[in-house]
Ligand binder design. Structure first.
Ligand SMILES: Nc1ncnc2c1ncn2[C@@H]1O[C@H](COP(=O)(O)OP(=O)(O)O)[C@@H](O)[C@H]1O
Ligand SMILES: N[C@@H](CC(=O)OP(=O)(O)O)C(=O)O
Length: 386
């Protein structure tokens, strides 16, 4: 069966009124001759954070399984709303969520990993309908409990579905047309990359380029799915970047709210680094005059929970923004306590990499942390410098 698989992220759903234009885009694609469509959706912008905050209002230490079930509601709602918008156009449509999608994960709540897939529920839904909407970022474990695949993981759901349906391409829509040499909302001179290799964007993503989820990219590479990054404009869909086997460029990434864990000893730090690596949590080792530390770059809450389970006696946990230079042959990571300072540094690095892009005023997002900076050594980087 020839199926078009697309994903719309939370940045596509700022208001309930945003579901209508996306439904119309799907209708247009069908009218132009496409056979069947699966549209994967994320929670509306801000919803996952809101759901998390509500949980914490009720219980400061909720059970991880409880949190996963609550967070999945954001995507379930988006799926229902897009289904409503599509059915309003007279199109046969059905929405599916983690309970009915056929994606099975392990039970690592908070950031579960996909273990197996069964395409038959999606295929059955496609036989009865022209459009199937899938709630992203969720699965069930072996006991039928809902699991959350991690922040920004709807990309992963889209790639998993494309692969399980035997499709070679997956379209990912966002508020930006594709992948740039830096976050275009923060660095004005950022350049759009027409193509990029899986490994390059996966590494950028692990260091904060949330435009694509690293696990989605890695799954796509393993299952030979080409990712086409797009954005929907008033004049239709625009393609920005093709993610496949080729394409490399220097870039700068910014990861906000990373966690710096100060450890009691070097040996403890190295053990914890190995543990995080084993659980596929991106982290870098830090050697500075404050002692031995680790910086967890993404899946931060999940990573901290894994560390806590070891009973390690951490000296402290601090929040930092990590700015990473992805050069042609090495990575260089800088930690900043002040977010604005981090953006300024990202702009300076980018300008050094691409002098022709000029020195426009950097993008600004509200400052959060007090100022200070650390220079670190990356455990998973070709070179660790300051
Ligand atoms: N290198 C980069 N290229 C493009 N966008 C980036 C990059 N780094 C960070 N971003 C950010 O990623 C955002 C898109 O990701 P996200 O907000 O998760 O979108 P969605 O909700 O559509 O999944 C962009 O708005 C941009 O600010
Ligand atoms: N619940 C996810 C939704 C998601 O995947 O986000 P997006 O597709 O907007 O990056 C999150 O906010 O983490």
């Amino acid at each position: 069966m020839n199926v078009t698989v697309l994903k719309f992220g939370g940045s596509s759903f700022l208001h309930p009124g945003d579901f209508g234009p996306i439904a119309q885009h799907l209708a247009k694609r069908l009218a132009e001759g496409e056979n069947k469509i699966v549209a994967v959706v994320s929670a509306m912008s801000g919803t996952t954070d809101d759901l998390n905050a509500v949980m914490l209002d009720v219980n400061k230490q909720p059970k991880p399984s409880n949190v996963d079930a609550a967070l999945a509601i954001g995507e379930m709602l988006s799926a229902c709303l897009l289904e409503a918008a599509v059915s309003g156009l007279g199109i046969r449509v059905q929405s599916l969520n983690g309970y009915s999608l056929g994606i099975r994960s392990n039970s690592e709540f908070g950031r579960a990993s996909v273990e197996s897939v069964d395409a038959s529920p999606v295929i059955a839904a496609l036989q009865e309908n022209d459009v199937v909407i899938a709630a992203g970022g969720q699965a069930i474990d072996q006991f039928g409990r809902l699991t959350f695949l991690g922040r920004n993981s709807s990309d992963l759901t889209a790639i998993v579905i494309a692969s399980m349906l035997g499709q070679r391409v997956c379209e990912i829509y966002s508020d930006v047309p594709g992948i740039y040499t830096a976050d275009p909302h923060l660095v004005p001179g950022a350049l759009l990359l027409p193509e990029i290799a899986y490994t390059t964007i996966a590494r950028m993503s692990r260091h904060g380029a949330k435009v694509l989820h690293h696990r989605a990219v890695e799954y796509a590479e393993k299952h030979a799915v080409t990712i086409v990054c797009k954005t929907l404009t008033n004049d239709g869909a625009v393609t920005g970047t093709i993610v496949g086997g080729h394409g490399n460029a220097s870039s700068v990434t910014v990861a906000r709210d990373t966690a710096v864990l100060r450890c009691g000893s070097l040996a403890e730090r190295d053990e914890l680094c190995a543990l995080l690596d084993q659980h596929d949590v991106s982290a870098v080792c830090i050697d500075d005059n404050c002692g031995a530390s680790i910086c967890i770059l993404c899946d931060v809450d999940f990573g901290i929970r894994r560390v806590a389970l070891t009973g390690s006696h951490l000296v402290s946990i601090e929040s930092r923004t990590a700015v990473t230079e992805h050069g042609s042959s090495r990575l260089r990571v800088h930690l900043e306590a002040d977010y604005e300072q981090a953006i300024t540094r990202a702009c300076q690095i980018h300008q050094r990499m691409y002098p022709a892009t000029g020195g426009e005023i950097c993008g600004r997002r509200p400052a959060k942390q007090r100022s200070s900076s650390l220079l670190i050594r990356a455990n998973n980087a070709p070179e660790n410098t300051q």
